[in-house]
Ligand binder design. Sequence first.
Ligand SMILES: [Zn+2]
Length: 440
Amino acid sequence: MIESYLVLARKYRPQMFKDVVHQEIPINALKNAINHNRVGHAYIFFGPRGVGKTTIARILAKRLNCQNPQGEEPCNICKSCVEITKGISNNVIEIDAASNRGIDDIRELRESVKFNPMGGDYRVYIIDEVHMLTMQAFNALLKTLEEPPRHVVFILATTDYHKIPETILSRCQDFTFKKVPTLVLQDYIEKIAKIERFNYDSEGLFWIAKKGDGSVRDTLSFMEQAVTFTNGNLTGKQIIKIIGYSGIELQIELLHSLLKEKHPIKVFQTIESLYSEGGDLQRYIWEFVEFLHSSVLIRENIVDREALNYPLEDIQKIQKQIFNYSPDLLVFLSEKVYEIFEKLTMLRLRNSYEVKVFLEINFQKLIRQLNQPSLSGILEKISQLNEQVKQSFIQISEEKTQTSSTTPETQNTSSIVDLETSLKEKFSGSEIDPNTIPKI
Ligand SMILES: [Zn+2]
């Protein structure tokens, strides 16, 4: 199984700049440097893991030593290119600073820098996780960076830019690498799924890409794992089972139980079934927070699809189901559920049973709040009642005027004012929850 994982991640490792996903800014800068013959002696490649830092460093090393370059790209055919691709070239030295972080390792490197490249123009040193070097090692490296031989290029890759000493940074050109958006990753793995002839749907690929969290390498690793688990059947239904996602249907159901039925039974049933299946309740509540937040964004129509962390199919389902709820009500609910999640996180409860009880208590409280009439709702009701009372007084007074003209009209008006005051006093007291609940 591990073998096949390595195969997929390696098989699709880009060998040319044009094949790298979503890193146009550093790539264009490097291409410009190549075109104008201004390749620097030291670069910092900074960015999250698995987005192509080492890959681009290798492509650059290949292009610089290529015997038959194709514009800014390496040929990938000449002896030098083939050796670099195979990882057997003497002109590309890769050091993992996480495990070679001491001064001796860097001294060794300084010695080797003096040698001329063999079968190429440059020796390229790729130091991965460079922030792991000791201070002494950094100082030793600095001496080399101060007077680098003409044929040497250093590429210092890191995920922790702020851990690199200022003295080193000032000698290097910085390139920032970005996280890859989920939809870009989804498109990328769709191409691979087609080549590999996996069975898939867009929902399945979306969840694989989301699991990769911006990293091409992690996405491919998870894709490989998913292929093994599902026997090459990368559908939404299969993938959400692997990642342990409860699915959009359950979220929608919980939403309706809270806002439409406003009864704890359905909510308790959902919590109970997740609990008895051994599901992670805390994670489920976080998923519900995410769902409610996205529902608000969808309902208010304020974001495009890129910003929503759901596959298209789910977004359409959400759109359909929340249409009847007011944005204010959804905002209110998302804030309340977030508060529950926050409290739950801080409490660090001992086991899932305690989490279950905590959620039941808090959701019951929430339903009670939802069932309470809002202050604005009550005031509206009072004004409606007033109007009705006025109407009926006018009617009675008209009837009386028709039969006798002795009753003064002022008496009716003062009765209306008294009633209005007494109703307001009664309803605007402290019994009303200050958390005004928006109307549906
Ligand atoms: Zn070549």
